[in-house]
Design a protein around this ligand. Structure first.
Ligand code: ME8
Length: 523
C-alpha cells in the first residue's frame, strides 16, 4: 500500500437523525490523519465520508419534527454534517449522501445483479428490531431494561426497547458465505482489526450465519427494490454500498478499478456489518472484499458509550472553539490508543494541550525561530564541519528513525503510536537545546561555529517535525513551515523522507502555535 499505489479510505456514513458529537468527529480525524499521511507520501489517496439518510430512524425523526425525511436530511447535512468537516479540518475527497441519484441508481443495479445471480429470495422473518441500530437483534444482544424500561428487553447499545416485527421480505443468502468468510479471516489475519474485534467477528461467524432480510414493506423511505417497487431496500444494505457507488461502481469503471478495495475505519459497534455482511455482499457480486476493516474503540462517558440518544454527546465545537481544531485532532489520537475505548475529560485535554502542544512542541518552535532571528538576523546558519558532534548525529539519527517508525505505525493503522514516535523527536530536540544552551554559546565568540551548528540542527529538526506532524496538526504545521521559509506547502513535502529536509534560507517571525488558554472549569 505504499509507493504511489492507491489508498482508498472511508469513514462510516453517519445517520442524519441528529447532529454530530465528538465520537463521530473522532472517526473522522483518525481517517483524516491516515488519508493525509498517505497523500503526503505520494500514494494515490481517496478519502470518502458522507451521510446515511434512509430508513426508519430518519423517517421517525423527520415525522416527529413535522417535515419530510428529505427536508430533514437536507437541513442536517447543510447545518451540521458538512460544517463538522470544516470544524475539525477534514480533507475528504468526496462526500456521499445516500439520497443522491449516483448512489440510489447503482444500489438498484447491484441488487438486481444479486437477484439475477440467484442470491435473493422471498421469505418471512420474525424478530426483535432495534430502530437505533437499524438491525434485527438476537436475544443474546439484549439486556434487561432499567428505569422507565424496567421489565422490558432493551438493546445493549441504545438501552431502549426493541420492537417485535414480523415481515415478508426479500432475503440475501448470506449463510452461503460463512465458510468463505472464515477462510478470509484465516488467510488475512489483518483483514479485521484490532485483534479484539477480529476475535469477536470470527466467533460470531463460527456460530453460523443466517440469511439477511434486505427489504422492508411497512414504510417507503428508502431505495425501491428494482423488481418489486412495493419494497424498499434495508437501510444497511443500501448504506454499505456507498463505499462502492461513490468510488464509481456502476458509473465509472475505471475509477472503481483504480480505487477498489477500500480500508474502512468504523466504530466497533458496526464492525459486524462491515466485516461480515459487507464482504458477503461483495463476494456474491464477484467483487473484491475490502482491504481492511478497522473497528476502533468508543469514547466513553461515565463508562458508557457516548451517545446523543443517552444525552451524553459533546459537540466538537465545544472543544474547538476554545482549543482549536489542531488540538482536537491531536488530543483524541494521542490520548487514546487507537482500537481501545477511552474517556474524554476536560482536565486531561487541557493538561495535554499545555504540556505537549504549547510547552513541548509550540515553545520549541518559537524558541528556535527566535534564536535564529536574534543571533543571525533571521538567516538560517549552515552547520560548520568540524563543529558537528555526536549530539547532532544523534538528532539526525532520531529524525531518520522516527520517520520510518511513524510510517510503519501508520501502515498498521496505529495512529497513536505514530504520534508517540514523532514526539520522541520533540522531546529529544527540547533536551538537545537545554543541553547545548545556544544562549550561552552566543555570548562567546569562540563558539560561533557551535552556535551555527546547533541552530542549524534545531531548524532542521523542527522542519522535520512540521512535515511529520502536518497530517495531525495541519494548521500549526503550515504556520511553522512558512516561518521556516520552507519551499512550497508543508503538505507537498514527502513524508517518508521528512528527515532529509535541509532548512530554508531565512526564518520569519512565528506567532505562538498553541497560545496559552485560560480554561474555566467547564463541565
Ligand atoms: O452507524 N465513540 O451511523 P452512526 C467513538 N449510519 N465513535 C463513535 C461514538 C463513540 N461514543 N459514537 C459514534 C451508523 N461513533 C451507520 C453507519 S456505514 C455504511 C453506516 C462513530 O451515525 C463510530 O464511527 O450511528 C460509529 O461506528 C459511528 O459513529 C456510528 O455512526
Amino acid at each position: 500500500m505504499s509507493d504511489g499505489s492507491s489508498f482508498y479510505i472511508t469513514t462510516p456514513i453517519f445517520y442524519v437523525n441528529d447532529v454530530p458529537h465528538i465520537g463521530h468527529a473522532y472517526t473522522e480525524v483518525a481517517a483524516d490523519v491516515l488519508a493525509r499521511w498517505h497523500r503526503q507520501a505520494g500514494d494515490d489517496t481517496w478519502f470518502l465520508t458522507g451521510t446515511d439518510e434512509h430508513g426508519q430512524k430518519i423517517l421517525r425523526t423527520a415525522t416527529a419534527n413535522g417535515v419530510t425525511p428529505k427536508q430533514w436530511a437536507d437541513k442536517l447535512v447543510a447545518e451540521a454534517w458538512e460544517p463538522l468537516l470544516a470544524t475539525i479540518d477534514i480533507s475528504n475527497d468526496d462526500f456521499i449522501r445516500t439520497t443522491e441519484p449516483r448512489h440510489e441508481k447503482n444500489v438498484q443495479l447491484f441488487l438486481q445483479r444479486l437477484y439475477d445471480a440467484g442470491y435473493i429470495y422471498t421469505g418471512e422473518y420474525e424478530g426483535y428490531y432495534c430502530v437505533g441500530c437499524e438491525e434485527y437483534k438476537q436475544l443474546s444482544d439484549l439486556v434487561d431494561g432499567t428505569g422507565q424500561y424496567e421489565g422490558q428487553l432493551v438493546c445493549a447499545i441504545h438501552s431502549k426497547p426493541v420492537e417485535l416485527l414480523k415481515e415478508r421480505n426479500y432475503f440475501f443468502r448470506m449463510s452461503d458465505f460463512a465458510e468463505r468468510l472464515l477462510a478470509l479471516y484465516e488467510e488475512r489475519p489483518d483483514f479485521v482489526q484490532p485483534e479484539s474485534v477480529r476475535n469477536e467477528i470470527v466467533s460470531f461467524v463460527r456460530r453460523g450465519l443466517t440469511d439477511l432480510s434486505i427489504s422492508r414493506q411497512t414504510f417507503d423511505w428508502g431505495i425501491k427494490v428494482p423488481w418489486d417497487e412495493s419494497h424498499v431496500v434495508y437501510v444497511w444494505f443500501d448504506a454499505l454500498l456507498n463505499y462502492a457507488t461513490a468510488a464509481g461502481y456502476g458509473s465509472d469503471d475505471e475509477k472503481f478499478a483504480r480505487l477498489w478495495p477500500a480500508t474502512h475505519i468504523v466504530g466497533k459497534d458496526i464492525a459486524r456489518f462491515h466485516a461480515v455482511i459487507w464482504p458477503a455482499m461483495l463476494l456474491a457480486a464477484g467483487l473484491e472484499v475490502p482491504r481492511q476493516v478497522y473497528g476502533h474503540g468508543w469514547l466513553l462517558v461515565g463508562g458508557e458509550k457516548m451517545s446523543k440518544s443517552k444525552l451524553t454527546g459533546i459537540a466538537p465545537e465545544q472543544i474547538t472553539d476554545t482549543f482549536g481544531s489542531d488540538a482536537f485532532r491531536y488530543y483524541f489520537l494521542r490520548a487514546i490508543n487507537f482500537g481501545q475505548d477511552g474517556s474524554f475529560s476536560w482536565e486531561d485535554l487541557s493538561a495535554r494541550y499545555q504540556a505537549e502542544l504549547a510547552n513541548g512542541f509550540g515553545n520549541l518552535a518559537s524558541r528556535v525561530v527566535a534564536m535564529v532571528t536574534r543571533y543571525f538576523d533571521g538567516a538560517v546558519p549552515a552547520a560548520v564541519e568540524g563543529a558537528v558532534t555526536d549530539a547532532e548525529r544523534r538528532i539526525r539519527e532520531t529524525e531518520r528513525r522516527v520517520t520510518a517508525a511513524a510510517d510503519s505505525a501508520i501502515d498498521r493503522l496505529a495512529v497513536h503510536e505514530a504520534i508517540a514516535r514523532i514526539w520522541e523527536l520533540v522531546d529529544e530536540l527540547n533536551g538537545y537545546i537545554t543541553e547545548q544552551e545556544p544562549w550561552a554559546l552566543a555570548k562567546d565568540p569562540a563558539q560561533a561555529a557551535r552556535l551555527a551548528t546547533v541552530l542549524n540542527t534545531a531548524v532542521r529538526g523542527i522542519g522535520t517535525l512540521a512535515v511529520l506532524l502536518s497530517p495531525v496538526v495541519p494548521e500549526a504545521a503550515a504556520k511553522l513551515w512558512t516561518a521556516l521559509g520552507g519551499a512550497g506547502t508543508v503538505q507537498q513535502q514527502p513524508i517518508r523522507s521528512a528527515w532529509e529536509w535541509e532548512g530554508g534560507a531565512r526564518v520569519e517571525p512565528l506567532e505562538a502555535l498553541f497560545p496559552r488558554i485560560e480554561v474555566e472549569a467547564t463541565a
